[in-house]
Design a protein around this ligand. Structure first.
Ligand code: FES
Length: 108
């Protein structure tokens, strides 16, 4: 049976949209967001090189620590917050269930 995971995108303060994705296809959170029509360029194709898939985690389960490559990319971005992550570096697994995030502004 396919396990689905639910994440919530805060589109405006107090306004969250639930999106649901499969955990058995090896997708990243970036790919799920793109599949749900969010405007993410992902020009590097998920290699932690472009920064256009930048999100901010607002609440939910603890995630694995970012890799050195992810951290280096995040630190090069003009805006970074404590919850900043590259959504291409986050695998869609059941551990993400209940994650709340928002898209960070694109500055490139
Ligand atoms: S898609 Fe380029 S850094 Fe994530």
């Amino acid at each position: 049976m396919t396990e689905d995971v639910r994440v919530y995108v805060e589109e405006a303060p107090g306004q969250r949209r639930e999106i649901v994705g499969p955990t058995d296809m090896g997708l990243s959170l970036m790919e799920l967001l793109k599949a749900n029509e969010y405007d993410i360029q992902a020009t590097c194709g998920g290699m932690a090189l472009c920064g256009t898939c930048h999100i901010e985690v607002l609440a939910g389960p603890a995630l694995d620590e970012p890799s050195d490559d992810e951290l280096a990319m995040l630190e090069s971005l003009p805006v970074m917050s404590q919850g900043s992550r590259l959504s291409c570096q986050i695998r869609l697994t059941e551990r993400l269930d209940g994650l709340v995030l928002r898209l960070m502004p694109q500055t490139t």
